[in-house]
Design a protein around this ligand. Structure first.
Ligand code: HEM
Length: 467
């Protein structure tokens, strides 16, 4: 009997293999929620691309560095931003961090000047002033809740530098209680086993919607109260003509961009600084080296833009913190067309996940990955770092526009802090985080006043003179 010919299909018509341990009905939802960032680390062992099923949904997790970089950079036009941004966009509008294609290119071009290196240098005195004022209120022996403190600091910096807006203490308190529901609601939307879960009358869903509405109203107020004569982002946009319409950028659009900056530029840096303090508290040797550098470079005066390049070890501490705890521990994309990844077929419309957290803890790119070793960023350091696998700010088309601002803010705030305070751990706590951001909760450190006191009176008058 003639043998039936079996036609072998090319390998890339096959979907990626499923991640093991899929539960009936729930799929991988439970593991995603419970293991969070560790889910992505564990999943790397399953292959370069794997299929993840939160309930009945299908997501593709890209574990391979080269493929992840291809998605973010050379092949970026084949993808939209994905669920992380698309799920929140209907509630917050079309600001730069949420748009794609031509509007993205246009908005990025309009906003870039206010986040450029030279503009950021102009914000350093504001950062120093805010840090000096806020950290001056701390008391010896305080147990500081880092998440709240650094979120407030970041709000004040972005508020003053980009919008010329002073956040009152009561507004900051409201922000602190209301807005964490945005990343929590978003995480539920991405990990939920079924799409209808986001429509259930759950407290998390209600608070997510209320929080986005509250932030929207706050941004309208920031825009309305702006006097228009400053040299900040709002002024820049007020003076900009929309290249598509030939009309000035509308107040509504400016308010939307303010919202985008508040969402992208406060919780992220607040989270990074929080982890930085937790790490320094449990690594007194590293803390001592930062302090020595800060004392040598600043000698009790406030940090200026000219000091940033000399505070190299302090900068490496911020970088190493971002390696261990990238605030956005996973990124998302949606395929615009059928794509081939690592020999597998990903159909148009598919949702993709990739995890800076997992890649930044891979021993092949960062030996002894669990070790907090700022020296790996120094040439000739004992441990190495692969810069290609360092993705806390993403890469390519959507690479974070606030990277310069975030790094300057990290160095200024950390150097101001360690000029005055010694950080000690709170031993009985293991912080965890919730939502799409990696922020330590509760995350506390104990303060000890330093023997060599920071001259806060002098700092205030120096900053006053410069103004
Ligand atoms: C440590 C702090 C920060 C981290 C870790 C961070 C991380 C990121 C990441 C990963 C992306 C890309 C997301 C993607 O590719 O899907 C991004 C985009 C963005 N970030 Fe940041 N960010 C930080 C601070 C800031 C600050 C301070 C601002 C502004 C005030 C900012 C503004 C933006 C904007 C506007 C985008 C969208 C860029 C575009 O799509 O063209 N970020 N950020």
């Amino acid at each position: 009997m003639a043998q039936k010919k079996v036609s072998r299909q090319p390998e890339f018509v096959l979907p990626p293999p499923p991640l093991p341990s899929r539960l009936p009905l729930l799929g991988h939802s439970l593991a995603l929620v419970r293991r969070r960032q560790d889910f992505f680390v564990d999943a790397r062992a399953a292959g370069p691309v794997v299929t993840v099923h939160p309930g009945s949904r299908t997501l593709y997790l890209v574990n391979d560095l080269e493929l992840a970089r291809r998605i973010l950079t050379t092949d970026a036009s084949k993808y939209t931003r994905g669920e992380l941004f698309e799920r929140v966009r209907p509630y917050v509008g079309d600001s730069l961090p949420f748009v794609d294609g031509r509007p993205h290119r246009k908005q990025r071009r309009m906003i870039r000047p206010s986040l450029h290196r030279t503009a950021v240098a102009g914000y350093v005195d504001t950062m120093s002033g805010v840090a000096n004022r806020r950290l001056g209120r701390w008391q010896d022996g305080d147990h500081v809740v880092v998440g709240e403190q650094f979120r407030n600091l970041a709000m004040e910096v972005v508020g003053s530098a980009l919008f010329s807006f002073d956040f009152s203490e009561s507004l900051l308190r409201d922000w602190h209680t209301i807005t964490p529901w945005v990343p929590k609601g978003l995480f539920l939307r991405i990990t939920a086993p079924y799409a209808w879960v986001e429509r259930l009358p759950l407290p998390v869903n209600r608070r997510f919607v209320e929080a986005t509405k509250w932030v929207r109203e706050l941004c309208d107020r920031i825009t309305d109260e702006h006097t228009g004569d400053a040299t900040d982002l709002v002024s820049l946009l007020l003076d900009t003509v929309d290249p598509d319409t030939g009309e000035p950028v509308s107040k509504e659009q400016i308010s939307t961009e303010v919202l985008g900056m508040l969402i992208a530029g406060t919780e992220t840096i607040g989270s990074a600084l929080s982890w930085c303090c937790m790490l320094l508290a449990s690594h007194p040797d590293v803390q001592q080296r930062v302090r020595a550098e800060v004392d040598q470079v600043l000698a009790g005066r406030p940090c200026t833009a000219a000091d940033l390049s000399a505070l190299t070890y302090t900068r490496h501490v911020v970088t190493e913190t971002l390696r261990l705890y990238p605030p956005l521990f996973f990124l998302t994309r949606t395929a615009r067309e059928d794509v081939e990844l690592g020999g597998f077929r990903i159909p148009a419309g598919s949702s993709l996940l990739l995890s800076p957290y997992a890649l930044q803890r891979a021993p092949e790119y960062f030996p002894q990955p669990e070790k907090f070793a700022p020296d790996r960023w120094t040439q000739g350091g004992e441990l190495s770092a692969n810069p290609d696998a360092f993705l806390p700010f993403g890469a390519g088309l959507h690479r974070c526009l606030g990277e310069q601002l975030a790094m300057a803010e990290g160095v200024v705030i950390l150097s101001t802090l360690l000029s005055r305070w010694e950080l000690c751990p709170v031993n009985d706590e293991t912080p965890r985080s919730r939502g799409v951001l990696l922020t330590p909760e509760p995350g506390r450190v104990v303060l000890r006043s330093r023997d060599v006191r920071f001259d806060s009176h002098r700092a205030d008058s120096v900053l006053e003179e410069r103004r």
